[in-house]
Design a protein around this ligand. Structure first.
Ligand code: FAD
Length: 410
């Protein structure tokens, strides 16, 4: 049997490795438009590659996917994060789980993850078709004919579509597969960037660019709809960081712009409630009545944020504690527990993943085979699956790639 796997990213590599290791008799063609494997894997996690998560409880793991969590159940049971961890270690890469439960190679180098696959393919003499830009796929009876921008057509018995989404297009994943799949009868759901930073209407975050917090809580003004907790960062155009990415995934398909912004509230001191913070601030005020209020507030934050809070609330920098009334203190507490910002757009082109993709009801979640076109399989981000940051997107690619690889051989 001949299998054509299109896309040498995380999902395609795992699918190909699974087939060549489990079924060496199958002839595998791993087709990649770049001249090397796993470009996105190498740059992932800031070059350190957050391979998977250290969370063991699959229910919790699955809750990290705003889209695709039900579909993923079977593949994730078969190849959960703990097995992914084991798989890489058995293939010679030592991994470590950090305090925040993100898993990385001990070397902190994504190249080591891709090197695992390169070694497998070298040993198995797998056909790696680099610089092969797939342009079309046609089903002819029980075979598939894959055509390319430059090279001759390739005829295979089965095809795995592992072309990724359309985020970070410079890595090669540029949304090429969607049109072809529509021609083959598949529905592609609405597509949108996810795991992105936000632009704010307010200009002041720019002055705090680079100021970060280990933990904030972000709520939509409609608080029941979304609430996220995590690290946070001001940028030169707005806000970023894992908490912002999580929010971006939850509102991937919401519309907002300068005319109708999305209002969010940021609690920059989430470990103290309003009353506790008020009592503490009042105590600090009374302990040093002649001290400036700015210096008192600075005990909670960096000076740049302290000054910005004072500026935004029109508290002069030389105002003394003695001049701050209870009402003034309460206003400060309420402000920093719900710092309001207006979101007017997504950071251009900086998203990590694409939300949306191949309609999941048209794919068998156990085998990854199309229910519409037999012999056609899917793996990775091309599916309508996306997760939060923390290793969940690669985990989904490993799991779906592995499922397709195990099931493609009857
Ligand atoms: C900057 C960044 C950092 C990230 N960090 C993390 C992280 O630390 N942890 C995590 O879990 N996730 C992370 N992600 C997300 C994660 O990398 C992706 O979800 C994952 O790589 C998707 O795997 P995939 O195999 O589906 O697609 P990809 O890895 O995108 O691979 C698709 C491959 O298909 C090839 N291809 C596309 N079209 C064609 C064509 N026409 N012909 C031939 N080949 C083609 C592409 O060149 C590419 O190599 C990050 C993403 C980005 C952009």
């Amino acid at each position: 049997m001949r299998v054509g796997i299109i896309g040498g990213g995380a999902a395609g590599m795992m699918c190909a490795a699974t087939i060549v290791e489990e079924h060496p008799e199958v002839e595998v063609f791993l087709i990649e438009k770049n001249n090397s494997l796993g470009k996105k894997v190498i740059i992932s996690g800031g070059g350190r590659c957050n391979v998977t998560t250290g969370i063991d409880d699959l229910k919790i793991v699955l809750s990290k996917y705003p889209r695709g969590n039900k579909f993923l159940q079977s593949a994730m049971h078969r190849f959960p994060p703990s097995k992914v961890f084991e798989w890489f270690e058995n293939h010679g890469v030592e991994l470590k789980c950090e305090d925040d439960l993100r898993v990385f190679p001990v070397s902190n180098d994504g190249h080591d993850i891709v090197a695992v696959f390169e070694k497998i393919f070298k040993n198995a003499k797998t056909n790696l078709l680099f610089k092969h830009n797939m342009k079309n796929i046609v089903k002819k009876k029980s075979k598939f004919v894959i055509s390319f921008a430059e090279q001759e057509d390739l005829e295979v018995d089965k095809v795995v579509m592992a072309l990724g989404g359309q985020a970070y297009r410079q890595t090669g994943s540029s949304g090429d597969g969607y049109d072809i799949l529509e021609k083959l009868g598949h529905k592609i759901t609405a597509l949108s960037p996810s795991l992105n930073s936000f632009l704010t209407l307010e200009k002041w975050p720019k002055e705090l660019s680079g100021v970060s917090f280990e933990k904030v809580v972000i709520k939509g003004k409609d608080q029941k709809k979304y609430q996220v907790t995590g690290p946070f960062l001001f940028t030169h155009t707005g806000v970023s960081g894992p908490a912002v990415f999580a929010l971006s995934a939850m509102i991937a398909f919401e519309k907002y712009d300068r005319q109708s912004p999305l209002e969010i509230l940021i609690d920059v001191l989430p470990d103290k409630n309003v009353e506790e913070l008020f009592v503490e601030l009042q105590r600090l005020r009374e302990e040093s009545l002649q001290k400036t209020f700015k210096n008192t507030l600075h005990q909670f934050f960096s000076m740049s944020l302290t000054e910005k809070v004072c500026e935004n609330l029109q508290i002069s920098f030389d105002k003394k504690n003695v001049e701050m009334s209870k009402k003034d203190l309460r206003a400060v507490v309420e402000y920093v527990k719900a710092l309001p910002l207006k979101i007017i757009g997504r950071g251009a082109g900086d998203e990590f993943v694409t939300a949306g993709g191949v309609e999941l009801t048209e794919v068998d979640p156990k085998t990854m085979e199309s229910k519409i076109c037999s012999g056609l399989y899917f793996a990775g981000e091309i599916l309508d699956i996306d997760g939060f940051t923390g290793g969940f997107n690669l985990q989904a690619s490993w799991a779906t790639g592995r499922a397709a690889g195990l099931e493609i051989v009857d």
